[in-house]
Every structure is written in structure tokens, then in C-alpha cells.
Design a protein around this ligand. Sequence first.
Ligand SMILES: Nc1ncnc2c1ncn2[C@@H]1O[C@H](COP(=O)(O)OP(=O)(O)O)[C@@H](O)[C@H]1O
Ligand SMILES: [Mg+2]
Length: 216
Amino acid sequence: MNKYSELANSVTFTKRKSVIAQIHQDPSLEYIGKGRSAVVFKIWGANKALKVFYPGYTNVAREEAAIYNVLQNSPYYPTLYEAGRNYLVIDLIEGHTLFECLAKGIRVSSDKIKEIDVALNLAREKGLNPSDIHLRNIFITKEGKIKLIDVARFRQAKDCSQWGDLKSAFYKYYSRTFFPKRIPVLILNLIAALYKKNIIPLTKKRTPKSVVFFLC
Ligand SMILES: Nc1ncnc2c1ncn2[C@@H]1O[C@H](COP(=O)(O)OP(=O)(O)O)[C@@H](O)[C@H]1O
Ligand SMILES: [Mg+2]
């Protein structure tokens, strides 16, 4: 198998009108997801994921690697195997993100919410300030365990209310018997966009009744 650095270098991007698209990758890589800073692949033949950062995001790659190093040996965070200028190699997580759970109607129990709090407190005990905790960065594995990814913002100084907002929406809406457990992706994305623009202020004190579902 190619070295991880070669695999990362095989990933190329193009930028058109400020939209970055990924255009090529080694055949031993299978696309599994993307976010605001990177594209993530399954590495065939290894139980690992390769996160390749977009051009211009090398500082984020460095920061995320440093934070994973602080979180090593915790059951709630993937192991970091290698970090390069623009990539990370971490455990491949098999399961579903909370976003996928909602989109597919996989029920999320309050025990899972409590376990996520344990995972976040563990990071706090290590001097970190967990931020950017949203549905696509939280996994429930196929064994039913919690794994958190995308920790690059865990050292930011400013407090992030996302997880508190999600939690209050969980208890206020989702956990109710008649609340739908499956929510179309389009609606989830719409709510996320409105939340990011502060149009839906899902604060703990003021969650508008009109927002029937929760989330970001
Ligand atoms: N280790 C992993 N195992 C399985 N899927 C992953 C893994 N890391 C990331 N993903 C998928 O790729 C998506 C983007 O990864 P993420 O690290 O959140 O990138 P970004 O920093 O750009 O937000 C995630 O939402 C998830 O669906
Ligand atoms: Mg992410």
C-alpha cells in the first residue's frame, strides 16, 4: 500500500467561484464525507480514515493533530496514527453520525446524550474547550458507543453554545413520544443554515415553539 503521505498527495482539488471541489484520489481511497475544512476517505485494506484538508487549511490540520494528541487513549475519540502537513490518519468509525440517525430515523436515547457529555467533560479535564459540537461530528458506532471527531476547534477561547442548544432541543422536543424520529435531510440542512445565521436562536432560555424540530 502507498504511504499515507502519497495517498494524501493523490487527492487534488479545484476552486471555482470560491467553491472547492475535490477532483481526484488514489483508487485505494473511498470517499466517506466532507466538511468545511477537509474531505475524508476510507483507506482500503486498513481500518483507517484519511482526512485531507483543503488547500490553505494546513494550520487547521496542525491544530487538529495537536488536539488529537491530547485526547489519545480516550475511548471517545479516534486514535491518531499519522499527521502530515495537510492530512490526518485516524480510526475509521463505523456507525452513524447523529445527523444520519435523524435522517434515517435511528432513535437516539438520552443515555447517548449523557455519554456525549462524559466525552466532552473528558476533553475539558484535559484543558480543552470543546467547540463545533454538531450532529455531523458525533457518531454512534455500530457497537452503540459514542465517538467524537473534528476536534480542531477544541482549543478556541470563545465558548460555543451548539451542544447546549442541541441538548435542550433533544429534551424539549425530540424525546417526546410523538415527536418524529425521522427528519428529511432537506429540513435538517435548512434548520442548520438558519441556526448558523442566528435566525433560529436555539438558546437554552429561548427556543421558539415554531421550531418544531431541533438542530443544527
Ligand atoms: N474517522 C471517521 N470515520 C468515519 N467517517 C468520518 C471520519 N471522519 C470524518 N468522517 C465523515 O466525514 C465528515 C467530515 O469530516 P470532518 O472531520 O468533520 O471534516 P470537517 O473538519 O471539514 O468538518 C464527517 O461529518 C463524517 O461524516
Ligand atoms: Mg466536521
